[in-house]
Design a protein around this ligand. Structure first.
Ligand code: URP
Ligand code: ZN
Ligand code: ZN
Ligand code: ZN
Length: 461
């Protein structure tokens, strides 16, 4: 089967050029000047459109047990929504429950995902119980294609690790080449602020933001960086939201340390004002770290330009407003933490291009090429080049759309971006050569998506 994507502008990290893309089977066969290829079984007219590598969302939580419930997208519904939004790879977090070990955790995540995904997928491991056994199992995880491990300085009693446990895991990561991903918020201090707010009768969603100040993200980020420096482990800060944390990352990067960070669209576009919406509406925006004051956003965009923020992921973790966020009415600490977003990342970051915040090349880099390199998938993923998987998005930069829960495909009853007017729209999506989204709708299937065994980070100094 030969598919020709003709007449478009092919995007890469270095910019844009007019070219045709020939797909044979599941991979890209060739990229050449317009008109050089003959005919094909299927021709996709991309005139006036961008042709870019399929998005890689390196931070999702499908069917995640959290806050007394489960995030509401299954691997099927979540990957179908991803495809609609031009994301052709997700990396989801397998969650080690305290008291359990890593292999059964991995087995469980395979059970949930295998045969159910519409696009390709990989896993990171959440390490929530560090001991001799689990430290040894890290190598087996790497051998099984899971080369990154998320740890938490937040959520005491749930996923939290002490500095000593983090240090030990980092020592192991240094030896094996694995990446430690860090949820950097000082959970011990935050828990005190939460208890004080609740004792003072303050239970509204906005308290979620007020009790998790940006300084405590900055502090934890600095501490994680120092622990990584002492051990020599590569460190990747997840869902960075605060200017204070960004400053710590920038300083570490300037000194040559293997420190990387991602931010998420919600921190670029939403703020604590959304958390403060009346009538419990703010619960829709409860995620950790919390939405910040608006002034942080300018710094985050700058971080994206300077590559101190290398990746944009979504931290997609959807909980329905009606029956799940409701668990925390009157007590913000019981609102399940997380927001939906896997479908909108490419569109929302394209607004950064439209607004002149980032270049087209940075859009592709932060959403596809860098996550591929960061998590050992390059050049199979993240680039339009001969031999790479034919994960391709045809994007209409001039189309207009309005985001809404009425039209999105995520399995959640609200949109955090309700009414957002977007310039640009995904038109056609190929996943390993197969058209899964086109102007006539979704044509993929659950089970098309394959597990991706990943290599180590491809950026280390
Ligand atoms: O609030 C969030 N971010 N929920 C998902 C879990 C995590 O910490 O990434
Ligand atoms: Zn986290
Ligand atoms: Zn710098
Ligand atoms: Zn997360």
């Amino acid at each position: 089967m030969r598919t020709l994507i003709q007449g478009g502008t092919v995007l890469s990290t270095t910019g844009a050029s007019r070219a045709d893309v020939l797909v044979e089977g599941e991979t890209i066969a060739a990229v050449a000047a317009p008109g050089l290829f003959g005919t094909a079984d299927e021709v996709i007219d991309a005139t006036g459109k961008y042709v870019l590598p399929g998005g890689i969302d390196a931070h999702t939580h499908m069917e995640m047990p959290f806050g007394g419930t489960f995030s509401n997208d299954t691997f099927e519904t979540g990957t179908v929504a991803a495809a609609w939004g031009g994301t052709t790879t997700i990396i989801d977090f397998a969650v080690q429950p305290k008291g359990s070990t890593l292999q059964p955790t991995l087995d469980k995540w395979h059970e949930k995902a295998d045969g159910n995904c519409a696009v390709d997928y990989g896993f990171h491991m959440i390490l929530s119980d560090v001991n001799d056994t689990t430290l040894k199992e890290m190598q087996a995880c790497i051998d099984a294609g899971v080369s990154s491990f998320k740890m938490f300085m937040a959520y005491p009693g749930v996923f939290y690790s002490t500095d000593g446990e983090i240090l030990r895991a980092m020592q192991q990561a240094r030896q094996t080449g694995a990446t430690i991903m860090m949820h950097a918020e000082n959970g011990i201090a935050i828990d005190q602020l939460v208890a004080q707010a609740l004792a003072a009768g303050k239970g509204d969603p906005v308290q979620h933001g007020l009790t998790r100040p940006p300084e405590l993200e900055g502090e934890a980020t600095s501490r994680a960086i120092r622990l990584a420096q002492v051990t020599g482990a590569p460190l990747y800060i997840v869902h960075l939201s605060a200017s204070q944390a960004l400053a710590a990352v920038a300083q570490a990067r300037d000194s040559g340390q293997n420190v990387f960070a991602e931010t998420c669209p919600q921190y670029l576009y939403l703020s604590i004002e959304d958390l403060a919406k009346p009538g419990f509406e703010g619960a829709k925006y409860v995620a950790s770290p919390p939405l910040r004051e608006k002034w942080h956003q300018g710094d985050l965009w700058r971080g994206l330009r300077t590559n101190d923020l290398s990746v944009v992921s979504t931290d997609h973790c959807p909980f329905c407003f009606k029956d799940q966020k409701e668990l925390g009415r009157g007590d913000f600490s019981k609102i399940p933490n997380g927001m939906p977003g896997v479908e909108h990342r490419m569109d929302l970051l394209h607004q950064g291009v439209v607004a002149g915040e980032i270049s087209l090349g940075r859009w592709v880099e932060a959403c596809a090429t860098t996550p591929a390199r960061m998590f050992g998938l390059y050049p199979r993923k993240g680039v339009i080049a001969p031999g790479s998987d034919a994960d391709i998005v045809v994007y209409d930069p001039a189309a207009k759309q309005t985001l809404s829960a009425r039209t999105h495909h995520m399995n959640v009853d609200y949109s955090a971006y309700e009414g957002f007017e977007i310039t640009g729209k995904v038109e056609t999506v190929l996943s390993r050569g197969r058209v899964v989204v086109s102007p006539s709708g979704f044509s993929g299937s659950a089970g098309h998506g394959k597990f991706l065994s990943r290599d180590l980070c491809q950026y280390l100094n």
